[in-house]
Write a protein that binds this ligand. Structure first.
Ligand code: SF4
Length: 479
């Protein structure tokens, strides 16, 4: 039975932003987090240091909601890290909002994480058996316990050794009163960039956030690299040799990252244009207009238009005031099939053969609803083109996909999906088309399309696994 529930995009993951040696750190972090809002809308937090004291604030909601009644001057200092969160593990509760701030015997540590640690449950169990008390249901908290472990505290390369215990996807920002550290996992799953701002440094999940604060892009962190910035300047260590080939998340390029970012050495807009052009070659169609599903389908639709010669037009208008997608799932499931987020322009689509270009189909329900809206507005034909291969497998590396059973392409062939959507034709970009425009095509994870998982995920469990482990102990958080 085909699922009729939920949204047609995987959920965003998390965004990191940090500064060192930048006066008014908090105000700059807030600006940076605004630019990374698309990576997580459930919660946000900022931690700063004036080198004497660490201060933090965090809350549930969008950046402008969380910090609406907060004055950034209450967070003085020139060192700081910030985080926007979407819960890929743990639930959407305030204690799970990052940066996590903890007190160890040798001082305060603040940690922000983007990704998903596939061995977090095993590490958590091991530390709990040794007496550790966990305060959140996030996978990220295990790093805190490793850092606090006396065995690691004694080691000179303490953070580097601790990072070696972690498996899966991570980009971390770690901060103390005096310095900031940044690390990227050995597979390179998630992006993390370094920028320069005056005499100071900036870290950001995406380069679009560097521009937002006037920082200049310097370079990406290398997979397996740990960068420390302190009074002594910038030092770099390889905590573990990079995996060969890498497993950078290709979905960052397809959907997650902002088009004005450079990710993994690729310009996101440019790659999406290429995907659209390639899609026009692979699945040509006779039609009158190409219509993007805004906003993430915009670049690929332009590419399809360029490749096919069919003019682009704006058949959908996005309602920017609907609110966060995560609190509006029912908006996609309304029985009358009206999509609250996108409105059709009848004057554009009436009596036209329309090619709709989108970046992915997850459950299929929202796409179905949009095709219905186009037909209701008088479209003569609706052809669907998707700028990546069918999403058939879930992700365990930091992106919240539904289960394989819930993914429409996980259990149905293209003809069945086309019929379910009520499309006149349906075409997905091939895997070859996805990878061939990239500078290092072998260095990407494609598991959600191919089922070939680059890192063992058998112990990871699903998004709720850590929460469920806690509930099995007889406790459910409702703070
Ligand atoms: S499974 Fe898909 S979404 Fe997850 S890291 Fe790999 S490419 Fe990215």
């Amino acid at each position: 039975m085909m699922s009729d529930q939920g949204s047609d995009h995987p959920k965003e993951e998390c965004g990191l932003f940090g500064v060192y040696g930048v006066p008014d750190a908090a105000a700059h972090i807030q600006r940076g987090l605004f630019s990374l809002q698309h990576r997580g809308q459930e919660g946000a937090g900022i931690v700063t240091s004036d080198r004497k004291q660490i201060r933090s604030t965090k809350g549930l909601g969008l950046v402008n909601e969380v910090f609406a009644n907060k004055t950034m001057s209450d967070l003085p200092g020139d060192i700081g890290i910030g985080h926007v969160r979407y819960s890929t593990t743990g639930s959407s509760k305030i204690q799970n909002v990052q940066p996590l701030v903890v007190e160890c015997v040798d001082g305060i540590w603040a940690i922000g994480h983007n990704g998903n640690l596939v061995n977090a449950r095993a590490l958590r169990k091991m530390y709990q058996e040794a007496g550790a008390i966990f305060q959140t249901s996030t996978d990220s908290e295990v790093l805190v316990h490793i850092l606090a472990d006396p065995m690691y505290r004694a080691r000179p390369q303490r953070v580097a050794r601790a990072l070696c215990e972690l498996e899966g996807a991570f980009s971390f920002l770690i901060m103390t009163k005096d310095y900031i550290m940044a690390a990227r996992d050995t597979n390179g799953f998630r992006p993390l960039s370094i920028g320069k701002m005056g005499d100071g440094y900036v870290f950001a999940s995406e380069t679009c956030a560097l521009g937002q604060v006037g920082a200049e892009y310097v370079r990406d962190l290398e997979p397996g690299e740990l960068v420390t910035i302190s009074e002594a300047g910038l030092t770099s260590t390889v905590f573990r040799e990079p995996r060969k080939p890498l497993a950078q998340c290709v979905f960052e390029l397809v959907y997650f990252a902002r088009p004005d970012s450079d990710v993994f050495g690729e310009n996101v807009h440019d790659i999406r244009l290429k995907y659209g052009r390639r899609l026009a070659e692979e699945y040509p169609v006779e039609a009158d207009i190409v219509v993007p599903v805004p906003d993430s389908g915009n670049s690929a639709a332009l590419g399809f238009s360029q490749g096919s010669g069919i003019p682009l037009d704006y058949g959908f208008i996005r309602n920017h005031y609907i609110g966060r997608t995560f609190i509006m799932p029912e908006a996609d499931q309304r029985a009358d099939g009206v999509d609250l987020k996108l409105a059709v322009l009848p004057a554009v689509v009436k009596d036209k053969r329309v090619v709709v270009v989108d970046d992915s189909i997850v459950r299929g329900t929202t796409s179905k609803c949009r095709i219905k809206s186009l037909r209701r507005a008088g479209a003569a034909e609706v052809h669907v083109r998707i700028s990546c291969p069918p999403s058939a497998y879930p992700c365990n590396y930091g992106i919240d996909f539904p289960t394989r059973e819930e993914l429409i392409a996980g259990t149905h062939d293209l003809e069945t999906i086309k019929k379910f959507l009520d499309a006149d034709s349906l075409g997905y970009l091939s895997l070859e088309g996805l990878l061939s425009p990239l500078k290092a095509p072998d260095d990407y994870c494609t598991a959600c399309f191919t089922g070939k998982y680059p890192v063992d995920r058998s112990e990871a469990g699903d998004k709720k696994a850590l929460e469920n482990d806690t509930m099995e102990l007889g406790f459910e958080r409702h703070e």
